[in-house]
Design a binder for this molecule. Sequence first.
Ligand code: G3I
Length: 403
Amino acid sequence: MLKHLASLATVLVLLPAAMAQSSVWGQCGGLGIGADTTCTPDSVCVVQNPYYSQCLPNGSATTTAVTTTTGTVALPTGTSTAKSNTVAKTLGGKKYFGSATDNPELNDTAYVATLSDNTLFGQITPGNSMKWDATEPSRGVFTFAAGDAVAALAKKNGQLLRGHNCVWYNQLASWVTAGNFNASTLTSILQTHCGTVVSHYAGQMKDSWDVVNEPFNDDGTVRSFVFSDALGLTSYVTTALVAARAADPAAKLYINDYNIDSAGAKATAMINLVTSLKAAGTPIDGVGIQGHLIVGEVPSKAALIANYEAFTALGIEIAITELDIRMTLPETPALLAQQQTDYNTVISACKAVAGCVGVTIWDYTDKYSWIPGVFTGQGAALPWDDNLIRKPAYDGIIAGFTN
Ligand code: G3I
């Protein structure tokens, strides 16, 4: 008995030291007191059997250990060694494969290291820091520090930058909504905002601007908010686009929305809007198809291509601007395989349409995805997992650009 107590004491004394990360080939899980479930960044924890998990060098593993509510399970990883941006450009014929990012994540060194690899990502979109509430929180007071940090990172890495966004019903500064302004003041406020923000990044913005974000409801009707209510759709969209063009004549100007991946009322509304803008001579260069999709519910490749071509037939380009494909958790090998197929479908549809210029995922890792915070019980939507390990979805992306 005394002997057992002594062993227990030894274990307890050793515990703090054992919480350190295991290095390559070390034990990282399973039976055996003292093993940690994390590995040093050069390796990944792989379940060998129910009793033993081991840190294998990055790139050598085909499964990764994921802890769920029912215990630790082994899930397949991506195995492709090809680089997503390189493949998008060379075999896919696209301008870039990119990722959104957000400022809080820029303190995560391992995260930034992968984001900064321009063979993986040739383009960056700031997820929040160029939106209205971030850039003009009070009337006439512009704050660019957070947006500038993302722009500087892209520049340092030789990556294209996408502006996101000038005018949106969401994350709009409350002084605009609550100000009870009349129509002509609102027009002036919009001109000043888009003009100032786009002008600030002029020259740095080597890619495009999502000038107008999400102007429609899912049934194709105009989304109600302060600008559409006071000015009407055509007027506020035109004001924003004209101001953006004047502020940076070199930037491609986009209207960006979700649930316009395949034909339907919302895609038709977007087509009608672009048609009327073109007829009026309003500057419009592209439509951003956000692509917030669901595993197993992605439209067929043929349906995607037909819709993409309906947009490019208007004389504009398109881009997939916010791709993620979510699932109901927990992740399973079957769901990850379907997700791989679904990423392949979207990417290969973009590849098939010359006017689809690039694909951006809405961040690259599940660690920083917006999905779990908004859709309870859903997530795992991105091609890198919480531990920055590539998932089978990554192989789907490579296959989509390749085949
Ligand atoms: O800035 C506040 C912070 O002060 C506060 O402590 C914290 C507490 O929750 O919230 C912070 O604001 C959050 C903001 O992101 C910045 O992190 C908001 O709560 C949160 O709702 C907001 O979510 C963003 C969302 O847009 C808002 O609708 C997501 O990060 C962003 O990825 C997401 O991006 C949108 C695109 O712009 C347009 N298309 C859809 C896409 C996904 O919703």
